[in-house]
Ligand binder design. Structure first.
Ligand code: MET
Length: 588
């Protein structure tokens, strides 16, 4: 069945770590595609909840706090606010942006742990782990540095050597040191609770590989297949950490739930909070139902570094718990590069969303447009400022903006903003309407396959159709001889603008609002797209407003200069390597 024909949807975007600002890689990976999808569903009147929130636990946050000499709480409060505000200003339409530090989340994560624990789903294992005697605490992998056994780099971390890229275990390091005290840590025995993923191997092969081979995107399917092929191993669900959700067992004092049993539960706790705030029943969005048609459809939007997490580990947890729906799809994106290099937080090689919003005020849709045009849907893709300029100037300004502007200006100039049918429609006019009516279905088909780039190309083609129509009909010439015909031409052209307003809503929401304002039309649902009579004869248009402005060479230069300066700063200092674990961060 078509993914768009369900009744109810639970849509999630990966929870960003509250330890740094958002950049365009995040947007292109997990937020813009989800937002387009969700806006599209809402336009069709579907019952949708779109949840997200800050991931506020884990070593990445405590390390940052330590580096800055502040508490983890200060870090999460600062970044949660910054991230939330940036998302809002940019126009990502979450129904709730929650926090994993909230009580409701801690309680639910603990419930999940206890449910699995009481059912005997965990295996308990003892292992020797490094312990800092001075600080009296076990050390997370990133808290230990030492010499890499492979390349002799002296600054390797307990999970990875940043120099040669090898994945390591803390005990692989030669001459290990605690980053807390600087002393040599001792090995101490510690107990943890593991989810035996090997036990779910057969079930996962059935559900995921058999059941979803025609559903998952090929990049996602390939990764899942290779994980399953290499055989799943038990994964620790608890950790010796000093910040996070307590393991709810007496004997586990000081231990915390590890990311697997914490972050994705954040989707559910966010939904619970949203349901409480809006008089809804959260179970409608997460629990299985006897009547399958009543069940919600769960879709996780993520970057490719989170595929195993969302396709294997979280579904195994939900399955082990029982009564929960499983993801219908996980349309993960690949990575976005910037000016020929990987985006990098630690090297400050990025376009930061909060800076963009300051430097390009009221230009949210321009960034949305360009990022949607280059979404890394099937392979890594690249953002460059020259390309940004070209796409804004040659497409948004020259095609969409130009068409709308001409229709508005001419309608006001010749007819005082009144839309009315003059002479009868010609075969050319009817052909344009016929062509226009094809676009909503084309867009819908692309969205149903998570091909958002393609969907937006269809949208722009509809604007091209408008431009071509005006160029063919030349109302500015015809007006000298046949004013009635010009009325009709602008009537047809205004209907095209109204259609563009409807179809712009998922892709360019702020532009769509402006278009409806100019048209003096209330926002319309998707089912009205394709109609030739959205504006009735005699309708009055409002004043024209500016839709898009050209990006100047100076603006591009300034941005490129910033990247050059970041590089120069990196050369001056030794850039600390940041966590590069494939499974828990979008980038380094
Ligand atoms: N915070 C994780 C990341 O940034 C995502 C967690 S999604 C449940 O990779």
């Amino acid at each position: 069945m078509d993914i768009l024909s369900k009744k109810r949807y639970t849509i999630t975007s990966a929870l960003p770590y509250a330890n740094g600002p958002l950049h365009i890689g995040h947007l292109a990976g997990a937020y813009i595609p989800a937002d387009i999808f969700v806006r599209f569903l809402r336009l069709q009147g579907k019952d949708v909840v779109y949840v997200c929130g800050s991931d506020e636990h884990g070593a990445a946050i405590t390390i940052k706090a330590k580096k800055e000499g502040v508490t983890p709480k200060e870090i999460i409060d600062q970044y949660n606010k910054q991230i939330k505000d940036s998302f809002e200003e940019f126009g990502i339409s979450f129904d709730i942006y929650h926090r994993t530090s909230e009580k409701i989340h801690h309680e639910l994560s603990q419930d999940f742990f206890l449910n699995l624990y009481n059912k005997g789903e965990f295996i308990e294992r003892f292992s020797a782990q490094y312990f800092d005697e001075e600080f009296q605490q076990f050390l997370a992998d990133r808290y230990i540095t030492g010499t890499c056994p492979h390349c002799q780099n002296e600054g390797a971390y307990g999970d990875q050597c940043e120099k040669c890229g090898t994945s390591l275990s803390p005990t692989d390091l030669i001459n290990p040191k605690s980053t807390l005290s600087g002393k040599t840590p001792i090995l101490k025995e510690t107990k943890h609770w593991y989810l035996p993923l090997d036990k779910y191997q057969a079930w996962l092969e059935q559900w995921l590989i058999e059941g979803k081979k025609d559903v998952l995107k090929s990049n996602v399917f390939g990764q899942c297949q290779s994980w399953l092929k290499s055989g799943l191993q038990p994964r620790s669900m608890t950790r010796d950490l000093d910040w996070g959700v307590d393991v709810p067992l007496k004997e586990a004092e000081g231990k915390k739930l590890y990311v697997w049993l914490d972050a994705p539960i954040g989707y559910i706790s966010a939904t619970k909070q949203w349901a409480l705030d809006h008089g809804k029943n959260w179970e409608d969005y997460w629990k299985t139902k006897e009547n399958k048609e009543e069940e919600s459809t769960l879709i996780h939007f993520i970057g490719k570094d989170n595929i195993v997490f969302h396709c294997i580990i979280f579904p195994a947890i939900l399955h082990a718990h029982g009564d929960y729906i499983l993801p219908e799809n996980v349309p993960a994106n690949e990575f976005l590069n910037l000016e020929g290099e990987k985006l990098s937080t630690s090297r400050n090689h990025a376009v930061w969303l909060h800076e963009y919003l300051q430097e390009f005020p009221d230009k949210q849709d321009e960034l949305r447009y360009v990022l949607t045009s280059i979404l890394p849907e099937t392979s890594d893709s690249e953002f460059t400022w020259k390309d940004f300029q070209a796409r804004v100037n040659n497409e948004l300004v020259a095609i969409l903006g130009n068409f709308v502007n001409r229709v508005m200006v001419l309608s006001h100039k010749y007819f005082d903003g009144e839309v009315s049918l003059g002479t009868k429609l010609t075969p050319e006019d009817n052909a344009v309407f016929e062509e226009l009516a094809k676009y909503p279905a084309l867009i819908q088909q692309s969205i149903a396959q998570y091909r958002f780039r393609e969907a937006m190309t269809h949208f722009m083609n509809a604007a091209r159709l408008g431009n071509k129509y005006l160029a063919d009909e030349e109302p500015w010439k015809v007006v000298k001889t046949d004013e009635e015909r010009v009325k009709t031409v602008l009537f047809v052209a205004s209907q095209i603008v109204a259609n563009l307003a409807i179809m712009a809503q998922p892709f360019l929401p702020k532009t769509a609002d402006k278009l409806f304002d100019m048209l003096n039309l209330t926002p319309q649902p998707w089912e009205h797209a394709g109609q030739a009579s959205l504006l009735s004869s005699g309708h009055r248009l409002n004043e024209a407003a500016l839709l898009f402005e050209k990006v100047t060479d100076e603006q591009v230069e300034l941005q490129l200069q910033k990247l050059v300066e970041a590089k120069a700063n990196n050369a001056k200092k030794v850039v600390p390597a940041a966590p590069a674990k494939a499974n828990i961060s979008f980038d380094d």
